[in-house]
Design a protein around this ligand. Structure first.
Ligand code: SAH
Length: 381
């Protein structure tokens, strides 16, 4: 009999599971707390559960923990990049980002950047993950376990989560939202939705869906250009949802939720940093109150970019400041992001597991299955 992976199950799914074993429902609440609040790595740690039931669990269930393969810390700024192996041998990365010194409550903040897919199908021309192609979606359990395992490596409490690692969260919407529901549950890890940001390359339909479902996590859009043609060159997803459709969806989102979306904007020298780009941004801010994060372009030379991608270069710092100031004058809230973790290839858009190490010990296939989404595991076997 194949074992059921408990990590990633909701309370009601755990209740169904324990009842299927002939146990009382309250056992599910105990398991939920051990899985998510107390980060148990094995059934033996669950000391308030009887020995007999723990033995039954060992036979019928599993805890598919992510395995830490490597951990690299930046000598420059303390950013830490984790390489995790999934139960089927595939690899993902997560990044722990210390606060920018200027941000409020800097010493208390610690942000983890989470992956939502192995690789990514979107092929944004400036992004290293895109060069890996798409392998599969992560389960809610694999998403939440990035938080659990990173926290186990760190004494300081993780306070914020950004869904900005490998992959496109909206293409894995159900598992991403389930992971947020689990993380924000008061008997769980308990990071509030206000401290969680989901970033999308531009799925207008899912932006509307987040508004309709009144999802409390914050929303960020990787905008990078307000010119449809230029954005299509940078991000082919623009062929599916045009800049106009995206802005309409964001206006809908803002009106419905009253929450300001954040626009991520990488500045590329001479490409999207002109007077015309500033004018377009200011016009947009009249429609939707904006928060803008300007991101320096991080080199992805290590992926050997060709063609259009090879011609993209970062805007020099002084012109980044000029661009930011012009937006600030129009009452737009602007932050220029620093390049945390660039020296260990852990900065925005630099996450890509090098091919050779992508699948390690492929023979070590998991015997477990995930009862909420069994097809995901078979998709890569
Ligand atoms: N697919 C989602 C989340 C992953 S990308 C999205 O597109 O939003 C996370 C952020 O990193 C995005 O804002 C993305 O545009 C940015 N990014 C990607 N490659 C980058 C690079 N080389 N330099 C700087 N930022 C990059």
């Amino acid at each position: 009999m194949s074992k059921v992976n408990l990590k990633g199950l909701s309370l009601s799914e755990l209740q169904t599971f324990v009842e299927s074993l002939g146990e009382k429902r309250y056992r599910a609440a105990q398991l939920f707390s051990w899985l998510y609040a107390k980060s148990a790595q094995s059934f033996d740690e669950m000391t308030d559960i009887s020995k007999e039931f723990r033995e039954i669990l060992k036979h019928s269930a599993a805890l598919d923990n992510l395995e830490l393969v490597t951990k690299k810390t930046s000598a420059q700024d303390g950013t830490t990049k984790f390489l995790f192996q999934l139960a089927d041998g595939l690899m993902i990365e997560s990044v722990l980002i210390p606060p920018e010194k200027t941000s409020p409550n800097a010493e208390k903040r610690l942000t983890l950047c989470l992956s939502t897919q192995v690789g990514c199908p979107l092929d944004c021309k400036f992004c290293a993950t895109g060069t890996m192609g798409f392998l599969r979606n992560l389960t809610a359990g694999e998403i939440i376990d990035q938080v659990i395992q990173a926290q186990r490596q760190n004494e300081k409490r993780i306070t914020n989560l950004v869904y900005m690692g490998m992959g496109e969260p909206m293409l894995n919407y159900d598992e991403v939202m389930k992971s947020i529901d689990l993380i924000t549950d008061e008997s769980s890890i308990l990071i509030g939705a206000k401290h969680i940001t989901v970033s999308t390359a531009g799925y207008a339909d899912h932006i509307r869906r987040m508004a309709d479902e009144d999802r409390k996590a914050k929303l960020a859009l990787s905008l990078h250009s307000l010119d449809n043609e230029k954005r299509t060159q940078l991000m082919p997803i623009t062929k599916k949802f045009s800049v106009d459709e995206l802005i309409d969806a964001l206006e809908y989102y803002y009106r419905k939720t009253k929450r300001r979306p954040t626009f991520e904007y990488i500045l590329f020298d001479g490409f999207n940093d002109t007077e015309d780009d500033i004018r377009k941004f200011i016009k947009l801010s009249k429609r939707i109150p904006c928060k803008v994060n300007i991101i320096p372009f991080h080199s992805i030379e290590f992926t050997h970019p060709l063609g259009f991608a090879a011609g993209l270069h970062p805007t020099p710092r002084a012109r980044m400041e000029t661009f930011a100031d012009a937006l600030r004058k129009a009452d737009i809230t602007v932050m220029i992001r620093n390049s945390s973790g660039e020296d260990i290839e852990a900065a925005c858009g630099q996450l890509a597991v090098q091919e050779k190490s992508l699948v390690r010990k492929q023979s070590r296939k998991s015997e477990t299955k995930n009862i909420t989404n069994p097809q995901l595991h078979s998709a890569v076997s």
